[in-house]
Design a protein around this ligand. Structure first.
Ligand code: NAD
Ligand code: UDP
Ligand code: UDP
Length: 331
């Protein structure tokens, strides 16, 4: 078999997943972590989910309660963790501005001490480790779209800094462990992702707009709604995660994972109103400090190295997410 082309290599590596592994997912009770856990269990692996339930919820993993290959462990990653696993996925960290600015010191600790502890664990076990980094490392970007070699434009002392700089420092640690201790690392820079199991109250734009539309409340546009974001559906993102972890050992990333389709926030509001048939009105509120004006991933590297690109259109993804929130609000 020719393993040199990404597709062939991918095929081979995905098949190698048929070997059952013990896998640690930190932040596994959160939005992305619970979807990742589902996919790893579907592949036949054992999953240990370590989560302090700060923003995650047992509701996201309730359906796994009877699965003998799943284990939940209430644990804060700022403390050391000693267990034996074959692979680590480090997702633990509050991700929405409301949550990460609630206790900014704890947010930085989670990114930095959490990374040190998980890297220390990976170093002892000599096992691969994945880091969920973020497009926020680019800050309010001065180049557009953002490629991985752009160093970013981040305010080090602003209200978003605990998250942005925490994640930047975590990347530094990952790359230092990679160079200094030859760890196998995989760093993904995730762009705005949405889908079922997002928090209804975390203030992120997709969940806010859908919940407001379903309740018939005013849709709150910050600023004039001309700022842009690129929205990736969760299933596409998790596919990218798995491909990154399965990529050649010498490829540490960082690699952008996101959907390059770019929409203004106003366009998003209009799509949500259309799809829900809501009578909600648009209202305009002040733009938060340091809110990036545009954000769009350049996913050339992910296409080349992972053979990955998102497939789910915004309308389809929004429809699935609306169905989830509709059921949640009626429950
Ligand atoms: P989430 O808030 O749903 O999940 C984060 C999980 O981490 C939660 O279950 C929470 O309880 C847990 N957690 C927080 N602090 C912890 C700690 N100290 N110890 C143990 N567990 C802790 O958010 P998400 O959207 O699923 O994000 C998952 C990861 O992906 C985060 O690292 C986030 O920074 C990153 N990310 C997400 C997005 C996105 O659009 N969703 C974008 C960029 C990066
Ligand atoms: N660590 C952990 N589990 C392990 C091994 C290490 O949580 O199985 C933590 C521990 O808190 C340690 C950190 O990871 O401080 C970094 O480990 P490393 O070996 O890199 O550094 P050191 O132990 O020398 O501080
Ligand atoms: N936003 C908005 N109304 C809301 C929530 C968010 O207009 O009710 C805007 C926000 O100002 C930002 C964009 O939507 O420009 C995306 O916000 P989110 O918090 O989802 O993600 P991030 O800013 O981290 O990309």
């Amino acid at each position: 078999m020719n393993l040199r082309t990404p597709d062939k290599r991918q095929e081979y590596r995905v098949r190698s997943y048929e070997v059952r592994k013990r896998i640690l997912v930190t932040g596994g009770a959160g939005f992305l972590g619970s979807h990742l856990t589902d996919r790893l269990l579907e592949q036949g692996h054992e999953v240990i989910c370590a989560d302090n339930l700060f923003t995650g919820t047992k509701r996201n993993i309730d359906h796994l309660h009877d699965n003998p290959r799943f284990e939940f462990m209430r644990h804060d990653v700022t403390f050391p963790l000693y267990l034996e696993v074959d692979e680590i996925w480090n997702l633990a960290c509050p991700a929405s501005p409301i949550h990460y600015s609630h206790d900014p010191v704890q947010t930085t600790k989670t990114s930095v001490h959490g990374a040190i502890n998980m890297l220390g664990l990976a170093k002892r076990l000599r096992c691969p480790i994945f880091q969920s980094s973020t497009s926020e490392v680019y800050g309010d970007p001065a180049v557009h779209p953002q490629r991985e070699d752009y160093w970013g434009n981040v305010n080090p002392i602003g209200p978003r800094s605990c998250y942005d700089e925490g994640k930047r420092c975590a990347e530094t640690l990952f790359f230092d462990y990679y160079r200094q201790h030859q760890l196998e690392i995989k760093v993904a820079r995730i762009f705005n992702t949405y889908g079922p199991r997002m928090h209804p109250n975390d203030g992120r734009v997709v969940s806010n707009f859908i919940v407001q539309a379903l309740r018939g409340d005013p849709i709150t546009i910050y600023g004039q709604g001309q700022q842009t974001r690129s929205f990736c559906y969760v299933d596409d993102l998790i596919d990218g995660f798995l491909r990154l972890m399965a990529s050649e050992p010498g490829f540490p990333g960082p690699v952008n994972l996101g959907n390059p389709g770019e929409f203004t926030i106003r366009e998003l509001a209009e799509k949500v109103i259309d799809l829900t048939g809501s009578k909600s009105q648009l209202v305009f509120r002040p733009l938060p400090q340091d809110d990036p004006m545009q954000r769009q991933p350049d996913i050339t590297l992910a296409r080349e190295k992972l053979g990955w690109e998102p497939k789910v259109q915004l309308e389809q993804g929004l429809q699935n997410t609306i169905e989830y929130f509709d059921a949640l609000l009626k429950a």
